[in-house]
Structures are given as structure tokens and as C-alpha cells.
Design a protein around this ligand. Structure first.
Ligand code: NI
Length: 136
């Protein structure tokens, strides 16, 4: 029996969407208000899901405390109350769109999840806008 275990988390962070190699006009036309040079913030919500077989001894797929600690150590501690463009090296040369952020988060967590298990990350940038990544 394969079951999916999910943990919700959140972090607050600032970002600016732009390309250094584009003019201000071009960045404005593509990214609009998200290109504000003084940055803007979001309350990001995260749902991290692990799918796998139930362990016969423990009855767990994954101990949700372990999943919670992984998210805290590798995501919240790096992203919460940070400026993603300035403070998080992953975004030095990567536009911190929701799409790119969800892939960065997945890549940070994947090494800590057993190979036989699937990992899915859903990232809400606003209550209505969210992205999903399950690996390629
Ligand atoms: Ni934004």
C-alpha cells in the first residue's frame, strides 16, 4: 500500500523578478510590478508530500516529525524573513519566480528522502497562485 504523507509549512520572503541582462523597460513589460527595484514580499505556503510503502513495523511511510525537521532545517532556516535575490545564493543568477523556487526547494529536500519514495512540493505564492514540482 502506497500512501502519501504531507506536511504544510510556510516562510515569509521578499523578491524581485527581473533579469540583469535586460533593460528596465523590458523587465517592466515582462514582470510588471514584480520588477519593483525595492523588492516586495509574499507569505509563501508550502506542502511537501512523500509517497511510499507503509513500513510494516512502524506503520509509517515517513515519520512526519522527520519531514517537519527537514523542511525547517533546509528550507525555513534559509528562506524565512530573507530577501531571496540577495540572501539566498541559489537565486544569485536565477530569477526567484514561484516556478524556480519550487524546483530549488525540491532539489534541497530530495537527497534526504529515500530513493524508493516520491517527493512532491507545492508552493503557494498567494492563496490563489501556486506551482507544483515532482521532479522530472
Ligand atoms: Ni512576487
Amino acid at each position: 500500500m502506497r500512501v502519501t504523507v504531507s506536511r504544510k509549512a510556510h516562510f515569509n520572503a521578499a523578491h524581485r523578478l527581473y533579469r540583469k541582462d535586460w533593460s528596465m523597460e523590458k523587465n517592466d513589460s515582462v514582470f510588471g510590478k514584480c520588477n519593483n527595484p525595492n523588492f516586495h514580499g509574499h507569505n509563501y505556503e508550502l506542502i511537501v508530500s512523500v509517497t511510499g510503502e507503509i513500513d510494516a513495523e512502524t506503520g509509517y511511510v515517513i515519520d512526519v516529525k522527520i519531514l517537519s525537521d527537514l523542511i525547517k532545517e533546509h528550507i525555513e532556516n534559509s528562506f524565512d524573513h530573507k530577501n531571496l535575490n540577495v540572501d539566498v545564493p541559489d537565486f544569485t543568477d536565477l530569477n526567484p519566480t514561484a516556478e524556480n523556487i519550487v524546483v530549488v526547494i525540491w532539489n534541497k529536500l530530495r537527497p534526504f528522502i529515500k530513493k524508493a519514495m516520491e517527493l512532491e512540493v507545492v508552493l503557494y505564492e498567494t492563496p490563489r497562485n501556486f506551482v507544483t514540482y515532482k521532479g522530472d
